[in-house]
Write a protein that binds this ligand. Structure first.
Ligand code: HEC
Length: 445
């Protein structure tokens, strides 16, 4: 990584509350638990709306959709609760990265809170108005569709944030959420995520509707257990198969920084579990009705292994991608600590380092961020200023206390309400600086 073009802040030099490794484990494990319930919530909501559509023609599917809505709100609550842990741990462990990403997507990031609240309320209304709106299906479907649309939008905000967090070199390029949204890795990851929602939810529904205690016979007219099993296996199989295309897309749109043989090994292992899962599901779909279902537990075990490998791979990549930047940041933090210690020592021992003239000091502290001798920075060059205010330092003082808008293409200069003595000194210093014969002064010093 070429760090020259990348903003490298220094870290917040506070001790971590617990060991790094523990925080990392918390992030990986709780995030997996969180994302499973997010998958179930979003997948469930999508299934409910799609099945309700099919239910317009086939009653059983309307029943199926309605039954599914009972699971959505429970899964939603678990998803939210389990999301708090990793969010806090990320804040502690990746403070600078997470904070920067959040700040760069600003309003959109914070809008997650009202968006999610609205989506949840809509989904409750969707669930509880099933009977009341039985004759107004279009309205009811629109309600469900709207809830799903919001829930699908929220991960896009997260994914653009994650992309920003991982790649500090992009902090200077993006202009808000919409430009972050088009970072190359965002949409492939979104696809990967949505397919995971479908696959995970399908297996969950399979277990839910074919479990021993569930009264399939009384609930449905035509659908029976083998039908349901085949339906959900079919969906899970299709979504997982598509993952084999979406997965590599995610991997190849990641910046090379952070890719490693170890990462490929981890992801490859996950993919191998997924292929084994596909084989077993295929077997289940083709197998005669009576014997089907006995591979369900191994399939779920393989799903858990796949998810764990992918979740761990996600962490390995993040650590790899941020490594150079973090080292640079550690260096900065150390420099800062040395500088602070040195300043303290000087203060304690009454050693003054700054015997600079007042004007030079004020210039360095206040004006130098925008004005340079020969170059246009944020403001005009000192040469230009000196020409305008030849022998008139008081003119500079007046301007500095109350600047007006003058040049097009420049921002407004802020007013500096400092003691006249200081401003007078800095004005003289500026004029001196631009005067031809003077030597030994430089605005950079
Ligand atoms: C945040 C950036 C910034 C800082 C800090 C800043 N300036 Fe400026 N300055 C500007 C900009 C921008 C202009 C041009 C404004 C315009 O023409 O509308 C400007 C213009 C000027 C001018 C030209 C006025 C004219 O009549 O054309 C003077 C003199 C000046 N600054 C003095 C100072 C002094 C003295 C300080 C420090 C006390 C200072 N500036 C600090 C941004 C800054």
């Amino acid at each position: 990584m070429i760090l020259a073009n990348i903003p490298v802040p220094h870290d917040i030099p506070l001790p971590l509350p617990v060991d790094r490794v523990i925080l990392q484990a918390v992030i990986v494990l709780l995030f997996l638990a969180h994302i499973v319930f997010i998958n179930l919530m979003l997948g469930g909501a999508m299934f409910a709306v799609v099945f309700e559509c099919i239910g317009l023609k086939r009653r059983d599917f309307d029943t199926l959709a309605r039954e599914i809505t009972h699971t959505i709100t429970v899964n939603k609550s678990l998803a939210v609760v389990l999301g708090v842990g990793p969010l806090l741990a990320i804040n502690v462990l990746y403070t600078v990265y997470f904070y920067s990403a959040n700040a760069l997507t600003g309003y959109v990031w914070i809008s997650i809170v009202p968006l999610v609240a609205v989506a949840f309320l809509i989904l409750y209304a969707y669930k509880y108005s099933w009977e009341r709106l039985a004759n107004r299906k279009k309205l009811h479907l629109a309600m469900g569709g709207f809830g799903v649309a919001i829930l699908l939008f929220v991960p896009l905000i997260f994914l653009s944030n994650i992309n920003l967090m991982l790649f500090p070199d992009r902090w200077t390029q993006v202009r808000g959420f919409l430009s972050a949204l088009w970072l190359p890795n965002v949409w492939p990851r979104f696809l990967h995520f949505v397919l995971a929602c479908v696959a995970v939810s399908a297996l969950f529904m399979l277990a839910y509707f074919t479990r021993a205690g569930y009264p399939v016979e009384t609930k449905f007219q035509g659908l029976d257990r083998p039908n349901l099993r085949r339906l959900f296996y079919g969906i899970a199989f299709g979504a997982t198969l598509l993952q084999l295309a979406a997965g590599p897309l995610v991997l190849f749109t990641l910046p090379a920084q952070g890719l490693s043989v170890f990462l490929y090994a981890v992801i490859g292992t996950g993919a191998a579990f997924a292929v084994a899962m596909l084989a077993l599901m295929w077997w289940e779909i083709l197998t005669p009705r009576q014997t089907a279902g006995r591979f369900f537990v191994p399939i779920v075990a393989l799903l858990i292994l796949t998810g764990s490998a992918m979740g761990f791979g996600r962490h390995v990549y993040r650590e790899g991608a941020l490594r150079d930047h973090r080292l640079a940041m550690e260096q900065r933090t150390q420099d800062l600590a040395y500088a602070a210690a040195a300043a303290k020592w000087r203060a304690d021992h009454g050693v003054a380092v700054e015997d600079l003239p007042l004007g030079q000091r004020v210039f360095r502290d206040v004006c130098s961020s925008c004005h340079m001798l020969d170059r246009v920075l944020t403001g005009p060059s000192i040469r230009e200023i000196a020409e305008l205010y030849k022998d008139d330092p008081d003119g500079i003082v007046r301007w500095t206390k109350a600047p007006t808008r003058k040049r097009t293409g420049f921002p407004a200069m802020p007013a500096f309400d400092r003691p006249t003595e200081q401003l007078r000194a800095v004005a003289e210093y500026m004029l001196e600086l631009a005067a031809p014969k003077k030597e030994g002064l430089s605005p950079e010093s």
